[in-house]
Design a protein around this ligand. Structure first.
Ligand SMILES: *Cc1c(COP(=O)(O)O)cnc(C)c1O
Length: 341
């Protein structure tokens, strides 16, 4: 196990904070009268949500075989990204290191917090160049390293990810928003080896619950405690907590939908072979494709004329568009529109 002093990495004002815990969420009474929070005694949703997400964390704990106190729940993983930056990065002083291209939200929240964003440019296979990485961390001493695997928007998994975790003495965040679609191993099993590692997963993609806004951080107990110290007390609403609890009882549905998406992904990949305007389909471990087109601008606007919205990745990734796997009707319509170009 790596020895690293997490407290030394925490912003001073944060390490002096104590968690905001209401007595209500920590008592052992069966059915106490609730006259402590100025709620209405009437209505179906009159009570504040559990600020500790106790039931949800225990359910996820059993599902993933990870201790419940190493699980933190956020209002989407977006909130967790924001909180992690707030916990560890001193505004105007600390920097974060991100892969380029990768998910834009790391830079977005760092910028709001006035932290510098350092870019690690990926090579032509969208892999990190190890020498660049070692040089960058030595020179700039970033506080947080954001790895995304499978990476958005490129679709590939990062090779030899433990190398980067091993060699970084700040906080390492591995964002696994698309891990369910991938055959690669999750970094989850590394959290007990590296106390500075945070693995992010989400109910927004494979679980089909983007509208519920529920994300998960797996980490050392020390980091989980910090997240529960700084988060807004009622960050995940009652409806969303209950909905996820329900979905975790319907694993067969989840698996069946996941399999359908994976089948559609194969179907699309095959269809792309017959589309003339495509010049390259990048390999993907996620539920989307990054595709290079002969005339990306024209393709993008033609798809819009057909009321098909895709994600414009050019000019940052030359001639590339990202699009996700839909249902068969959506996928067929897409292929027909592309063939008409
Ligand atoms: C979609 C996505 C997320 C999910 O964010 P939520 O806030 O949980 O919806 C996180 N990271 C990456 C890389 C994503 O693409």
């Amino acid at each position: 196990m790596k020895t690293i002093n997490i407290q030394k990495l925490v912003r001073k004002n944060i390490s002096e904070l104590r968690p905001h815990i209401s007595f209500r969420d920590n008592n052992t009474f069966e059915n106490p009268f609730l006259m402590d929070a100025n709620e209405s005694p009437f209505g179906e949703f009159n009570r504040y949500p559990d600020s500790t997400h106790k039931n949800l964390r225990e359910k996820i704990s059993a599902f993933k075989n990870i201790s419940a106190n190493q699980i933190a729940i956020g209002n989407g993983s977006d909130e967790l990204i924001d909180l992690i930056i707030k916990i560890f990065c001193e505004p105007k002083k600390d920097s974060v290191l991100v892969m380029n291209p990768s998910f834009a939200m790391y830079g977005f929240y760092a910028a709001i917090n006035e932290n510098k964003v350092l870019q690690l440019n990926l090579n032509d296979d969208f892999e990190i160049v190890k020498e660049d990485f070692l040089e960058n961390i030595k020179e700039n001493q970033p506080k947080i390293l954001f790895l995304c695997s499978p990476n958005n928007p490129t679709g590939n998994s990062i090779e030899d990810i433990e190398f980067y975790i091993q060699n970084f003495d700040g906080i390492v965040v591995v964002d696994e928003a698309y891990i369910e679609f991938s055959e690669q191993k999750s970094s989850l099993e590394l959290i007990n080896e590296y106390p500075n590692l945070i693995v992010l997963q989400t109910f927004s993609k494979a679980w089909g619950l983007a509208g519920a806004r529920v994300g998960i951080a797996y980490s050392s107990l020390e980091i989980t405690n910090l997240i529960y110290t700084v988060k807004s007390p009622f960050n995940v609403n009652v409806l969303s907590q209950n909905l996820v609890l329900e979905k975790l009882d319907q694993i067969e549905d989840f698996k069946s939908n996941l399999n359908k998406i994976l089948k559609e992904r194969d179907w699309l990949r095959n269809q792309f072979l017959d589309v003339a305007c495509i010049s390259k389909v990048f390999p993907t471990d996620a539920n989307f494709f990054l595709i290079e087109f002969k005339h990306a601008e024209k393709v993008y606007s033609t798809l819009i004329e057909n009321e098909i919205l895709t994600s414009k990745r050019f000019p940052q990734i030359p001639d590339c568009i990202r699009l996700n796997v839909g249902n068969r009707n959506e996928n067929e319509t897409l292929i027909n529109a592309l063939k008409s170009i």
